[in-house]
Design a protein. Structure first.
Lengths: 295, 416
């Protein structure tokens, strides 16, 4: 029983990490249809932002809290700049976007290597987040995982509220559902695109801050997560927030349960096989949004 | 976006193809594309200087460790030159960047031997890079001095192994755990040749010595997700963890380990790939009081080590730590020098013949070259990580241990 409870929590916490890294992609890839291979580098930018802030702010707790909004702005600005410089010129050429953003991702990795050095760096987690909460009976919840879970849920909530309730959210949805009609109705679609991209990339930055709590910060850290992030969005169904949320947690629990009963490599393979089988059965993903912009 | 149409399957194929190509370029290993003739090396020893090759990863994921080894090699070369060189000739170091990529290592090794005509080469870190350059050195009959502990079961006539083999590091570490009464072990390692071979040896040892291996888990190199492995370790009821993780995975593992409420007191972790440099980058808070197994620590007593640490910090900055592979690299140049001087020649065959019995008062203590295996006698040392990030010795083997790369002297290892 203890094992099952501990492993479920582990699965949910893996799911929370997956959700955080995929959340930005549900906007830029899911809503806008842009295949941005440099998304992982925005995660990296968020992580390095945390590192830089911790160097100037001595308190680990304060610097972490400051890093969240700052990383959002830094990664968001990078995203908006990328959109303005390159992606908006390639909206009708998705495969070219893939190659161009992959090139950008390599350049950003090299830039990070030049600025911060090739070796990976670490941040110090605040003491509050290095311990765990014991629920008795051998069940423990690691504080850093709880923090990431909370952060992921907060981001989902915030994003849902923005999309549902704000004028910006209404415009984003309108553009996703029918770009031409939105445009003739007087919506500045270009500006909406840039804002959406800003928010999506910013969320990657927030994910980067969270990842500093579990692993090292390095120039190639983004590439470790980018494939997982795409998997979550594709399985969840393009353009659907709730699909990504469910998928992230299901994949997380699946991974942790399989990993517990077999080995890491076997679990990874089994999860990928399950995803392939699922997409054979349901190529459109868990949920679908009928729009004209996506085949 | 109206014209945007791409099938999801096409996209997945594209994304995974890019991922796969990146992974391939990172770990593709070339296994000797031998076509040229097997003529010996033609080292140029006619001038007033001779060239020595330094082959380390100065970029890429291994740079964190290998740059320090490169620094230690340069320091040794500089010191030897200041003292008059070898056989009256100054050494000219030629650095080549292996770039953490094994085929590149093979290419650069060939360039050093053929183009630069070096008299000997020093370097390599991962076993994968050593395996990649081994056929090159054998084909050209040129010498490589390898400075890192490794998994044993190898003995090339053209490689001198200056780091520990298994019976000088892993076996003494197991002896130590057994003596402490920590007989139930959990094995955690990275998924490649060194940890898998090491764990095979550990399991054979455990079986013959009444120890129990309760579990064994491997994570891909570079993996940062250790929550499940930590849960398994925690639930296993093991006395100690034997850790053969390499590189940055250690950071994620030890963070998770602490989050799960596990400590050095409850369940100590003995690591064989964490030295002073890595302690600093993982963070002392996560590693305090955990155990390591090496042959040298920065704190190892003795005049030779004091001189080495002082010289290294004078050259590369106060507060820079020295570690076991750095020390092995540093002494490898001195050992080569002693061999050459005993042989009276730079000729590879004569140097090899002169190697047996060369003794050096090294920072790690007395080391002796074993001519038969081309390894060195080394003292095994178990250390504990202190709050200052340095490692203090808690046990040593008393005298240098004879190298036994194939574990012939251990009856339990006969089935390996």
């Amino acid at each position: 029983m203890t094992v099952i409870l501990n492993q479920s929590f582990t699965g949910i916490s893996i799911g929370a990490v997956l959700l955080l890294i995929a959340l930005g992609l549900t906007l830029t890839f899911g809503q806008m249809g842009v295949i941005n291979m440099a998304h992982g580098e925005f995660i990296m930018a968020g992580a390095y932002t945390t590192y830089v802030l911790q160097k100037s702010i001595s308190s680990a707790g304060v610097s972490l809290l400051v890093a969240l909004p700052v990383a959002f702005l830094v990664a968001g600005a990078m995203g908006a700049l990328l959109e303005w410089l390159l992606i908006r010129r390639l909206y009708t050429r998705p495969l070219d976007t893939l190659l161009v953003t992959w090139g950008v991702s390599l350049m950003l990795q090299q830039l990070a290597r030049d600025v911060f050095g090739a070796p990976n760096v670490q941040t110090h987690a605040p003491d509050l987040l290095t311990g765990n909460i014991s629920l008795g009976g051998g069940i423990t919840l690691a504080n850093n995982r709880l923090f990431i879970l909370g952060l992921a849920l907060l981001c989902v909530l915030g994003l849902t509220l923005i999309l549902r309730l704000t004028p910006l959210g209404r415009r984003v949805r309108a553009v996703v559902q029918n770009r031409d009609l939105a445009e003739v109705s007087g919506i500045a679609t270009e500006r909406v695109d840039r804002t959406t991209f800003f928010i999506g990339s910013g969320l990657a930055g927030v994910a980067g801050v969270a990842l500093t709590l579990v692993g090292p910060i390095g120039p190639t850290m983004g590439t470790n997560y980018i494939v997982d992030a795409f998997l979550v969005v594709v399985v969840g169904g393009i353009g659907q927030l709730k699909g990504s949320v469910i998928t992230a947690f299901v994949l997380g629990v699946l991974q942790s349960v399989l990993e517990y009963s077999t080995t890491v490599s076997v679990a990874k393979v089994a999860v990928l096989v399950a995803i392939v089988a699922f997409l054979q059965w349901r190529p459109q993903g868990l949920y679908t949004l009928r729009t004209r912009s996506l085949a | 976006m109206s014209g945007l149409s791409i099938s999801r399957r096409g996209l997945l194929a594209g994304v995974s193809a890019i991922g796969a190509s990146a992974a391939l370029s990172a770990c593709g290993a070339k296994t000797g594309s031998d076509t040229s003739s097997g003529s010996g090396a033609t080292a140029d020893t006619s001038g007033s200087t001779v060239k020595v090759g330094l082959l380390n990863s100065l970029s890429g994921t291994m740079a964190i460790s290998e740059v320090t080894v490169h620094n230690a090699l340069l320091l040794a070369v500089k010191e030897i030159n200041a003292a008059g060189g070898v056989l009256g000739k100054k050494l000219k170091p030629i650095s080549q960047d292996g770039a953490s990529d094994w085929p590149t290592f093979a290419e650069k090794a060939e360039a050093l031997i053929k183009n630069d005509e070096v008299v000997a080469t020093f370097g390599c870190w991962t076993s994968a890079s050593r395996k990649a350059v081994k056929p090159v050195f054998e084909r050209y009959k040129s010498l490589l001095f390898y400075p890192v502990q490794y998994e044993g079961l190898e003995q090339s006539p053209y490689i001198f192994y200056i780091g520990a083999t298994t019976n000088q590091q892993i076996v003494p570490a197991l002896d130590y755990l057994k003596k402490q009464g920590l007989t139930k072990l959990y094995l955690v390692g990275s998924d490649y040749v060194f940890p898998r071979t090491a764990n095979k040896i550990i399991k054979a040892y455990a079986k013959a010595n009444g120890m129990e291996v309760l579990g064994e888990d491997y994570a891909p190199l570079g993996s940062t997700e250790f929550s499940t492995i930590t849960n398994k370790v925690k639930d296993s009821g093991a006395d100690a963890v034997f850790n053969t993780l390499n590189g940055d995975s250690n950071v994620a593992f030890f963070k998770e380990y602490k989050s799960a409420g596990l400590t050095a007191k409850k369940m100590p972790v003995l690591s064989v790939s964490i030295a002073e440099e890595e302690v600093k980058s993982i963070g002392t808070q996560y590693l305090q009081d955990q155990l390591t197994a090496w042959n040298y620590y920065q704190t190892t007593p003795g005049a030779a080590n004091e001189t080495f640490v002082k010289a290294y910090q004078a050259a590369y900055g106060a507060g820079k730590p020295t570690s076991d592979p750095m020390e092995a690299a540093y002494i490898s140049v001195y050992l080569w020098k002693a061999m050459v001087e005993k042989a009276g020649s730079f000729d590879v065959a004569k140097v090899r013949a002169a190697a047996d019995g060369i003794v050096l008062d090294a920072p790690e203590g007395k080391v002796t070259v074993d001519g038969a295996t081309q390894h060195v006698y080394k003292t095994a040392r178990i250390g504990k990580v202190g709050s200052d990030g340095l490692i203090t010795e808690v046990w040593n083997s008393g005298k240098p241990v004879k190298p036994d790369p194939y574990l012939k002297g251990y009856s339990w290892a006969s089935g390996l």
